[in-house]
Design a binder for this molecule. Sequence first.
Ligand code: ASP
Ligand code: MG
Length: 622
Amino acid sequence: MALIVQKYGGTSVGSVERIQAVAQRVYKTVKAGNSLVVVVSAMGKTTDGLVKIAKEISASPNRREMDMLLSTGEQVTIALVSMALQEIGQPAISMTGAQVGIVTEAEHTRARILHIETDRLTRHINQGKVVVVAGFQGISSIRDMEITTLGRGGSDTSAVALAAAIQADFCEIYTDVPGILTTDPRLVAEAQLMDAITCNEMLELASLGAKVLHPRAVEIARNYGVPLVVRSSWTDDPGTWVTSPKPQGRSLINLEIARPVDDVEFDTDQAKVALLRVPDKPGVAARLFGEISRQKVDVDLIIQSIHEGNSNDIAFTVTTPILKRAEAVASAIAPALRSQSHPNTDEAEVMIEQHIAKVSIVGAGMIGRPGVAAKMFATLAEAKVNIQMISTSEVKVSCVVDAAEGDRAVAALRQAFEIPENQRIGGQGDKGTRGEKEQNLLSSSTPNSQLTTPPPVRGVALDMNQARLAIRQVPDRPGMAARLFGLLAQHNVSVDMIIQSQRCRIVDGIPRRDIAFTVSRIDGENTQKMLTQVAAELGWGEVVLDNAIAKVSIVGAGMVGQPGVAAKMFEALAHNQINIQMIATSEIKISCVVAQEQGVKALQAIHSAFELAGSEKFVVPA
Ligand code: ASP
Ligand code: MG
């Protein structure tokens, strides 16, 4: 007998017949001996419809009244689902967010959950009733009783938060797709269903997975160790398990506004190999990393900065014991790259940097909160730590710094992000451990555990909604990244990939580097304008915008400690004559920026290179 939270999305409750089908499934689950809380969305496209009506009355409707309006959608569904259950003899009671006691911030239209009262719920469950709860809504406080909503798509968040609060055995998300697919089946017909994926992988695949499961819900599942499964409402198929670490006994107070950063990681014993001035054309990264993987050199971070003129810089980090081998490979290949490049360009050159360390902040709470990375850079600047390399993913920011400054950097970051001293430090230069930990999650918390080693690549995502900004000639001294990302955070611009060029050029007696980063395309132009205004004052060069980019990413916990994964991705692109403009990696993700018109082709090539393709056809609604 289990305590289960089931969530049904809008399509799953879109008509009388579908509501009756939901009631049947709920009834069957109860008859199998389980207790149930059911969370529902508004029927079909009800919420969209309400938004449309409001916009006809006011161009910018009052946010409080918007919440009053939109919360009605779910209220209709809970009553109907309860009636349908009662009709087939299943005792049930419907409850609004306020009636349950889902207490949120007083932020209308985008409130985050603070805590959930559980006694009313538990009382009804103990009386043998199914409690049907309105998703997407809460109240600002028990005293004020102001209705709030969590932001569009928020009922996933309601469901997982409820599961955490009542310590449910697991949470089932019923939707109109069979689970989580290896990529978007509308772009790659061979996309296949995954059995399981870890929360961290899911968060890194945000652009792929967000349509199925809201990242905020994944974040709560991860933080509280709620086993989660995404399943189709139309079948009894098992769906995809989204697994998480065992709960760490985290407090249920301030549920969604706990620390944005969970941990500060520190890897010592690192070295950097950089190839400067390699030709900017397809196949270069493939050649370099192909050779590196044949020599069984395991690389950690890889970054390729944007090109100046017609050449790029590629840099990667390795652990010190294998530096010699890595250096040998790079030196052997440099002349070959040089001979291909234009005779008039500078020559390719290998640069080694020893005694470096990598410090990273990790946490799902940084998604959509540009202030978090900015705070990391500001903290390092205050501690007078110069940042040599930056690499980012959805849930992690890593900075390469001088090894001698590593301890100081970690101490400052722990203090700034309130990470207790006794909390484990991840990594310590041992990537294997972290990877295994991530892999073990799959076996520990998947109820019907598929005990297989995770594949190096779980899924491939394409993001066509980004733009690239580059700032030329930023002075290379502590505090510059902090200034830049502080400005972006102030303007509420979320940054995705961030790359600093390897090459330092002396201009006006000051060493300078280029910094490039990607933002949402809608933020591109305003951000360029804003940065251009301050560039002269800060001593920066030109601010360049490129809207025609696409980002392809591979994600998989199984790539940790396995040489050759990056090479395979780059080779797939090279075979298709696709030029890589930027590369950034984290432990479980590798992203490449390519030209926009090659995005879909890149996605298809990579998906098939990793043998993710299958023959079963999956249709997802638009
Ligand atoms: N009905 C709300 C929306 O469409 C919440 C949800 O369905 O998740 O945004
Ligand atoms: Mg939804």
